[in-house]
Design a protein around this ligand. Structure first.
Ligand code: URA
Length: 217
């Protein structure tokens, strides 16, 4: 599936760079070790940070080079907040922060009720002055969309300048659900997989991202 088949294609950014696709393929293998999975996720997160920050606002600064003084561009990393949806989102944070070390970090704790698959909030901690910041929500899997929808809903109460959503992979159902609830949110993903199964897992997918990052299974 390409982003052309979606209802809101201009807000879905498929990161199809060969390096990203290669690393994602290696992560999907069921015999990839926890260490390999985590290392690849870290590398992939740096590459995805590159895409998601592409249109970040820049400001002019004067720099004295060895030859003369001139004006150049810098980003203001402090304006950016990476919001991790616990716990799997933390697997993306390290890579993102190594590319934008000045960024602030927020955490949203949500668990999926195994029966209803709905998101239940148990933790929410954000930096102050959210109305001055650009938010990038991170979660490796956009599956049912329930956690993403709940996190974005909660974040919108703080009135940030913008909200983007970054995941490793998603499926048509996840994109449709998030965009139905929040059509303004840009989604960045390395893959749009075939479908969601009845247990809320993405197919072919890569299994339970949290378990694979933290070695809990
Ligand atoms: N969460 C996961 O970790 N994997 C899926 O396939 C769906 C949701």
């Amino acid at each position: 599936m390409t982003s052309q088949n979606l209802t809101n294609p201009s807000k879905v950014h498929l990161i199809d760079h060969p390096l990203v696709q290669h690393k994602l393929t290696l992560m999907r293998r069921k015999d990839a070790s926890t260490n390999t999975f985590r290392t690849l996720l870290n590398e992939l997160s740096m590459l995805m940070a590159y895409e998601v920050t592409r249109d970040m606002p820049m400001q002019d600064v004067e720099v004295e080079t060895p030859l003369e003084t001139a004006t150049f561009k810098v980003i203001d990393g402090k304006k950016l907040v990476f919001v991790s949806i616990l716990r799997a989102g933390n697997g993306i944070l390290e890579g993102m922060l190594s590319v934008v070390p000045g960024a602030r970090v927020g955490h949203v704790g949500l668990y999926r009720d195994p029966k209803t698959l709905m998101a239940v909030e148990y933790y929410f901690k954000m930096p102050h002055d959210m109305q001055e910041r650009e938010v990038v929500v991170v979660d490796p899997m956009l599956a049912t969309g329930n956690s993403a929808i709940a996190a974005v809903e909660r974040l919108k109460q703080l009135n940030p300048k913008s909200i983007k959503f970054v995941c490793l992979l998603t499926c048509p159902e996840g994109i449709a659900a998030l965009h139905k609830a929040h059509p303004d949110v840009h989604i960045y993903t390395a893959s749009i997989d075939r479908e969601l199964n009845s247990h809320g897992y993405i197919l072919p997918g890569l299994g339970d991202a949290g378990d694979r990052i933290f070695g809990t299974k």
